[in-house]
Design a binder for this molecule. Sequence first.
Ligand code: AMP
Length: 341
Amino acid sequence: MPTVPSTPAEIIAQLPSSFAKAKDSGDVLFFPSTVHKHSEFGVEWEITLCPALQNKPPLPIPHFDAAADAKLANGGKKFDPFAPPYVPNLHIGELKDEQEGDEYVILFNKFSVVPQHILLVTKEFHSQTSPLLPPDLVQTYRLIAAAREAGKKFFAFYNCGDNSGASQPHKHLQLIPTIEDGPPIEKLARKTPIETLDRPFSLQSLPYANHVRRLPTHLPTVSLEEQEPILSRAFLSLLDLALSTYRRDPASDDQKHNITLSYNVILTLEHMHIIPRKAETHTLAETGENLSINAMGFAGCLLVKSEREFEAVVKESVGTILENVGCKSIHEQQCEGACSM
Ligand code: AMP
């Protein structure tokens, strides 16, 4: 069996040729789309219109319950697309965290709207409801840094929990190329002044709670040993805030009893964002259809499947949609403790 690339640089270098091969062989299904810009809150949102997705084959029904997870972990029969044997044309690399020993496979997203969209999947089964661990963060950051080194711009995201927009229960982060320097939301983060790197801040012009940490500029070039505590501390501080935001969201009693936090993580070379979630879908007033939102939506990239849906989103406004599936910001109160600005 041929060896697969096993360093971030090797994985990034062979993405164009491997993607062409996977697409030509039919192992990656590519859905052409058009991107439309839409301005709100000082962000140039990208709304991707992809009518071809209406023909996407239905995916297995998602489940996030512990019993089903345990069944998968114990070799149960429920289909897991991220478990071996891997489809050779989708399996484009493997990474091992030298410090912790955790192993990952890198797969192409089989259903591709953006070319070269990849997934970093834990080799062993872990649940998509579990928080990111230091090796998850380090290996993801190394891939983004290797891409930048090769002149390519990628960002990463993680959809965690029932309300996050995730569809697969096996732990996976996703990396996606961008034409501009980061996703649309990144521009707002970049131009937000902060007093110190040590504290979380918030993009306060947005109508939903979001928690952000700026990462040190030298982070892409330092050793793994140095990257790990910086990324881990940033993640834990944001997760803490996301949990306190979620708990204080003025939602129904049912909601409050559901103590499992769902959230989206967006990771760039410069920032880590966490957005707590109270709902997975927004029902469009115009069409009555449910629009599922994941981390891509909060990164500034929404996906619609028809002109009708596109018009409904613009009419209703991106802000209203994200506000309905996110939480109410309590940044001011949180700032009395430990925030920047
Ligand atoms: P999420 O929906 O956030 O859980 O992300 C899972 C991603 O995996 C989706 O974008 C799917 O398109 C993709 N996916 C589903 N099945 C497969 C598969 N068999 N191989 C590779 N990617 C897949």
